[in-house]
Design a protein around this ligand. Structure first.
Ligand SMILES: Nc1ncnc2c1ncn2[C@@H]1O[C@H](COP(=O)(O)OP(=O)(O)OP(=O)(O)O)[C@@H](O)[C@H]1O
Length: 259
């Protein structure tokens, strides 16, 4: 279970000169930019949660807080009972996090990149080989497993980064815009891969701008707007918000709410 409550994170940011108060983002004040102001959601084993929101809403910052790459100023996050703010090291061991940049080692092959991270997680050689074979099969990566990462296409790199994220079989998976750069067929492979986590009873959270991915995969949705949770509930609850059965209309009406 991932239980996130009232997370907040601000960055030092000198007030923009020459801009009227009205033109400025309301999160920008007193020399700080309050990128995440109040974000809460839960994701239980067997659930997939979609994190939505306009550009700049605070999705990546929220996910980076959960990955422990950033430290929250306020709030709490519990990862299978471990307090992420008090014990980030123990929490991190349970998490697989895909960031926006693939961050692969260009001179290593796709397989070597994934194996390297497996070894960092202390996986034994036979277990690591089995796991790599399984992931390369699931993600359709066998053809280019032995190609250098710097020669791979954007989509191939993305799949390699995803394999690396989950090689150690994390108990919680967090993916920042995982289908970015993937063609239709590769995106389908990845969406099926994500759906598989329901059966594994591993909570999975991913950020996306694609409502059809939410429709297809998610049990729960958290919509962030200007750093705050604007909606937190099931896909059905979102769909029927304001009497509309359409996810697109519901999303737009949530974003138009005053927050
Ligand atoms: N290190 C930082 N210093 C200052 N501001 C930052 C920093 N990191 C993020 N921000 C600001 O916080 C806000 C939220 O950024 P974030 O990347 O979390 O948005 P997002 O919802 O992921 O957007 P997108 O959909 O475009 O990827 C943005 O206005 C961004 O400029």
């Amino acid at each position: 279970m991932l239980d996130v409550r009232n997370l907040a994170k601000r960055f030092p940011h000198p007030a923009a000169k020459g801009k009227s108060a009205q033109a400025r983002d309301p999160r920008d004040h007193d020399g700080w930019f309050h990128a995440v102001r109040d974000v809460s959601f839960r994701c239980a084993p067997g659930e997939v949660l979609g994190l939505l929101g306009p550009n700049g809403a605070g999705k990546t910052t929220t996910l980076r807080l959960l990955s422990t790459a950033l430290k929250a100023d306020h709030g709490s996050a519990w990862v299978h009972g471990v307090d992420l703010l008090k014990d980030p090291l123990a929490a991190r061991q349970q998490i697989g996090f895909l960031s926006g940049s693939t961050g692969l080692y260009g001179r290593l092959t796709a397989r070597e990149n994934v194996e390297y991270f497996g070894r960092l997680h202390g996986m034994s050689a036979p277990y690591l080989k089995r796991r790599c074979d399984e992931l390369f099969e699931l993600l359709g990566m066998h053809e280019y497993a032995n190609k250098r990462a710097d020669t791979l296409s954007t989509g191939m790199k993305q799949k390699c980064a995803i394999a690396r994220t989950v090689v150690h079989e994390p108990r919680i998976v967090i993916l920042d815009e995982p289908t970015t750069g993937l063609d239709v067929m590769s995106a389908k492979i990845l969406l099926d891969f994500i759906a598989g986590y329901k059966a594994l009873q591993v909570p999975l959270i991913f950020s996306t701008h694609h409502l059809h991915e939410v429709e297809k995969l998610c049990d729960r949705v958290c919509i962030i707007n200007r750093g705050k949770t604007a909606f937190n509930g099931t896909v059905d609850e979102l769909r029927h918000l304001g009497g509309s059965a359409d996810l697109y209309d519901a999303f737009v009406s949530v974003i138009h709410q005053e927050i």
